[in-house]
Design a protein around this ligand. Structure first.
Ligand code: PMP
Ligand code: GLU
Length: 391
């Protein structure tokens, strides 16, 4: 009955792990969940008040331009000048129902069957499935753990062939939290320009960097690289707005307009009230966002050394996003597991701690732990892990 495209598609592993944890908790089990990459804060009041005002005034009742409210695009234009250091036209912006849809629209807009997308490993769970949905071919570029999982231009050159259309770069990365330096990005950009490969820059965690680390977007390096880069970002992570579902694609007009055509047929427009909320976030949300960033930083700095004391768990300190991605090969061996999914399942069963198995991110020897939750929960989670390893 079903089409092949869904038969070969996998459900989002992060969402599935979170749903399983929730279901067990609903049954009355004592479950701690470090599964989802979702800030535990509620949306700052300056943002939700603007949304309420949009509802009360009646403005939120109607469709908007399908590519997004002009006032929101203006706010994005200002944001790009402030944070990326370059100007863009309104026609270079598409507002979408979450950054996830912006990514999907990009793949659907640029890939012909068999076109290849270079995806550094480990990767966020949705990229591969979305590329396949667009009939593209994911090609993995191995991020070596010894090099903080970062890739380099030599690796890209080895994989290059005329079917390579896109290089995907998620910086800072979900799940590793690694962050590329300006010099590293310059080398990748030079390669992409030389080989005329499009760059998909998923910058959604760009504001979430810690301990004086500096985020640089590959798109900000030069007008040349900008001309072949689509930046994906959004309000979900920075402003604690995951439920509002607003994302942005910013890039060359030809690509953005093709993506806009697609989303006009799929969603008409992103929810109007959420667009008004996003305007308030971009204009007035910085103070609140900075407070949350500092909270994530404190959590990272507290939890990271504790995690490294858990027998068999080993991680480098991430610089951004809100995930730890420890190597658990040794821990799995000690507990007699060869499959990481069975290992995380056992942790959940034995001590009520939900993590995401690394295989969904292309890493069979790692687990992902989100630290976008309060410090008490995080400390308790480490205790449970220690108990588990000592059982
Ligand atoms: N990219 C990455 C790397 C993510 O982790 C997420 C989180 N869901 C997204 C894109 C999509 O974000 P959203 O759809 O909530 O805007
Ligand atoms: N990006 C978040 C995560 O990785 C949200 C879940 C999802 O969209 O897959 O946990």
């Amino acid at each position: 009955m079903l089409a092949d495209r869904v038969k070969f598609m996998e459900e989002s592993a992060t969402l599935a792990a979170a749903a399983k944890a929730k279901a067990l908790a609903a049954e009355g089990r004592d479950i701690l969940s470090l599964t989802l990459g979702e800030p535990d804060f509620t949306t700052p009041a300056v943002i939700s008040q603007a949304a309420k005002a949009a509802i009360d005034s009646g403005k939120a009742s109607f469709y908007t331009a399908s590519s997004g409210l002009p006032a929101l695009k203006e706010a994005v234009q200002d944001y790009m000048v402030d944070y990326y250091g370059y100007e863009i036209q309104a026609s270079q912006i598409l507002v979408t129902t979450g950054a996830k849809l912006a990514l999907a629209a990009f793949f659907l807009a640029v890939l012909n069957p068999g076109d290849q997308v270079l995806i550094p490993t480990p990767y966020w769970v949705s990229y591969v499935e979305q590329v396949k949905l667009a009939q593209g071919e994911p090609v993995f570029v191995e991020g070596a753990e010894a090099k903080n999982f970062k890739i380099n231009a030599d690796q890209l050159e080895e994989l290059w062939n005329p079917r390579v259309k896109v290089l995907l770069l998620n910086n800072p990365s979900n799940p590793t939290g690694n962050l590329y330096t300006r010099e590293e990005l310059e080398a990748l950009a030079a390669w992409a320009i030389d080989r005329n490969v499009l760059v998909l820059a998923d910058d959604i965690y760009g504001h979430l960097v810690y301990n004086q680390a500096e985020f640089v977007s590959i798109s900000s390096l030069s007008p040349e690289i900008r001309n072949q880069t689509v930046v994906i970002t959004g309000v979900s992570k920075t402003y604690a707005m995951t439920g509002w579902r607003i994302g942005f694609a910013i890039g060359p007009q030809e690509i953005i307009q093709a993506m806009a055509q697609l989303t006009s047929q799929l969603t008409s427009n992103p929810t109007t009230v959420a667009q008004y909320a996003a305007i308030a976030a971009l204009k007035n949300g910085h103070k609140a966002a900075e407070k949350m960033r500092l909270a994530f930083e404190e959590r990272l700095n507290t939890i990271y050394p504790l995690l490294n004391q858990v027998p068999g768990f080993r991680a480098d300190k991430p610089q951004g996003a809100f995930y730890l991605f420890p190597n658990v090969e040794e821990a799995m061996k000690r507990k007699g597991f060869t499959e990481v999914a069975a290992f995380t399942n056992d942790i959940l069963e034995q001590v009520g701690l939900a993590l995401v198995a690394g295989d969904a991110f292309g890493s069979p020897h790692h687990v992902r732990m989100s630290y976008a939750t309060d410090l008490d929960t995080l400390k308790e989670a480490i205790l449970r892990l220690e108990n588990y390893m000592n059982m």
